[in-house]
Write a protein that binds this ligand. Structure first.
Ligand code: HEC
Length: 203
């Protein structure tokens, strides 16, 4: 009697194991992972919010990164009165109010490391992670190479012009005036000059 029960038990157990193996094979684990986390009480973990680098299904143009609303002044950053092609006005009107003191350079470095290195890299030479780390799918075009900030052109243009590029943009370089205030942008100009000087030093 016990032997028969044991035999049945073994048969049921091995059938179960076989079923589990088949289910695993057909991707149950994949399915389970895809729907993770399986939460009973989710509290506020999963909210409808914009995630960096992700499409938004709330806005019609699917961009989750929004431009400031027209005619509003951002709390951080500041409005800039010129448009990108108004170089001459920029030369005449923009005057760097800051001296490149240690404090100013530290501020410029901080802002540069926060907002610019993904494209321009730590040394400003344009080989940031956007170029080196982004894995492209077949047929996908990568991001166009960000300018080398230590190149001749950027060395020879004035502080006023660099400030202008940061404030009004230049081609693919987007304006950063809405997230960095004037002091930050002038500090960045000094920091870019420092990167240019450093790149002369042979290591
Ligand atoms: C998403 C990538 C990206 C980020 C982030 C970025 N840049 Fe740029 N930047 C570019 C590209 C691309 C160009 C070249 C634009 C062009 O063709 O005129 C450029 C050009 C520039 C130029 C003009 C230099 C030249 O020689 O023409 C300056 C100055 C500059 N960036 C400064 C900055 C600073 C300062 C930051 C951070 C606040 C920053 N950039 C963040 C992509 C980026």
């Amino acid at each position: 009697m016990i032997r028969t029960i044991f035999k049945w038990f073994l048969m049921v157990l091995s059938s179960l194991l076989l079923i589990v193996a088949i289910l695993l094979h057909f991707g149950v684990i994949k399915f389970y992972r895809e729907f993770q986390p399986f939460e009973i009480i989710a509290d506020m973990d999963n909210q409808i919010k914009s995630l960096p680098q992700k499409e938004s299904n709330f806005f019609v143009d699917s961009a989750s990164f929004r431009n400031p609303v027209e005619n509003t002044i951002p709390k951080i950053g500041s409005k800039y009165h010129l448009i990108d092609l108004e170089y001459e006005e920029a030369e005449n009107e923009n005057k760097n109010p800051l001296e490149p003191t240690e404090k100013v350079l530290a501020r410029g470095k901080n802002r540069f490391e926060t907002f610019c290195v993904p494209c321009h890299n730590h040394d400003g030479k344009g080989n940031g992670v956007i170029i080196t780390k982004v894995k492209l799918k077949e047929g996908e075009e990568g991001f166009p190479a960000p300018a080398n900030l230590t190149r001749e052109f950027t060395r020879t243009i004035s502080d006023a012009r660099i400030f202008h590029i940061l404030s009004a943009g230049q081609n693919l370089m987007f304006p950063v005036n809405y997230k960095l205030n004037e002091t930050d942008r002038w500090a960045l100009v000094h920091y870019i000059r420092k990167l240019q000087k450093d790149s002369n030093i042979k290591k």
